[in-house]
Design a protein around this ligand. Structure first.
Ligand code: Q9C
Ligand code: ZN
Length: 345
């Protein structure tokens, strides 16, 4: 498995996230990717390369200019408020919900943080832009490798991406790596691209980015948003809109679901991808479906991930894997590489 490894991922290292009214240590930590890299090397599963650099303009097919301008400058703006902020993560605290305006662009930093975010669980730090930006390069590099004829490639990066929308961060995500990969495949001439999201959480950002498009089919298996993050998207009745009607399919499963039901659901999602007649596949590879995950509720076992990889290979499509969630740090390396090895065999 050709892997593009984000060598700058550890520049993004949040200290705390808001959880049930308290600031708690971050779950989304650099060790997650370190574990996957160590396991890839241990099993000698192909070449590991740094990403190729892409121009910022490559992000504009997915993200808005004003969001990118905000994100690039946010840390310096935060520290400019108070030099003591250099030692603190930036978190939002106010949001433009219904009846408030999201077309304005306040000067106030807290107001801009809220305008461009969806939760207070995603700390923005000194290295967030550099890490996320290099992660986008990994996703674009993997997409170009696959468009150029590679059977598969893996973007090994953090922070993750699938909760990030065209103009907001949240759910630990800042730039939507899977969406960038899908858009790059389209721009390389692949006419129909499917995104299969198997992270425990619904990829609200990815869904929203492609919701009105017929050329990118988004399908996701995830914890029922009625009880699970991101709560406000990911229901079964979200089928796409406008030209995109029929090109979005969600498979919410109750908290506590195990591999038997999850695996049967995967076959249904793959059938949708086959019916769409996809020419390439992007997999949002979250490993937080694992039984030991501290913030999720499915019960997949380590061995199950080998089977998942084998099932994905049977789709027979050029495939870009993008690393998303998975917070059982001691197991995330073995679980992720099991998917990739199951795919390669
Ligand atoms: N403190 C991804 O897996 N907060 N994001 C959960 C636990 C949000 C997860 C509360 C979870 C987002 C990419
Ligand atoms: Zn997740």
């Amino acid at each position: 498995m050709l892997t593009y490894y984000n060598h700058l991922h550890s520049d993004h290292e949040g200290k705390v996230e808001m959880f049930r009214g308290a600031l708690v240590p971050c779950f989304e930590v650099p060790a997650r990717v370190d574990r996957v890299l160590a396991e890839l090397k241990k099993r000698k599963l192909g070449t590991v390369l740094p990403p190729n650099p892409f121009d910022d303009s490559a992000l504009l097919g997915v993200h808005s200019q004003r969001y990118l301008d905000f994100l690039r400058g946010a840390w310096d703006d935060w520290v400019a408020l108070d030099p003591a902020n250099a030692k603190r993560d930036a978190l939002p605290s106010v949001w433009p919900v219904r009846t408030l305006r999201s077309d304005v662009l306040p000067d106030n930093f807290a107001a801009r943080m809220g305008l461009f975010s969806m939760d207070a669980g995603s700390p923005l730090t000194d290295g967030t832009w550099d890490a996320a930006r290099a992660g986008a390069d990994c996703a674009l590099s993997a997409a170009l490798a696959v468009a150029g004829g590679k059977r598969a490639a893996f973007a090994l990066t953090r922070p993750p991406g699938h909760h990030a929308g065209a103009d907001f961060f949240g759910g630990y995500c800042f730039l939507n790596n899977a969406a960038l990969a899908a858009q790059a495949l389209r721009e390389q001439g692949l006419e129909r691209v499917a995104i299969l999201d198997i992270d425990y959480h619904h990829g609200n950002g990815t869904q929203a980015i492609f919701y009105e498009r017929a050329d990118v089919f988004y399908t996701s298996i995830h914890g029922d948003p009625s009880t699970e993050f991101p709560f406000y998207l990911g229901y079964a009745d979200e089928l796409g809109a406008g030209a995109g009607l029929g090109f979005n399919r969600n498979w919410p499963l109750p908290r506590g679901s195990g591999f038997e039901v999850w695996h049967a659901t995967l076959q249904q999602a793959l059938q949708g991808i086959a019916e769409f007649d996809a020419q390439a596949l992007v997999v949002s590879l979250g490993l937080d479906t694992f039984v030991g995950d501290p913030i999720a509720g499915f019960t997949l076992q380590t061995r199950d991930f080998l089977q998942v990889g084998a099932d994905l290979a049977r789709a027979g499509l050029p495939t870009v894997f993008v690393f998303e969630g998975g917070y059982a740090v001691a197991d995330v390396g073995v679980n992720a590489v099991n998917v990739l090895q199951g795919f390669d065999q």
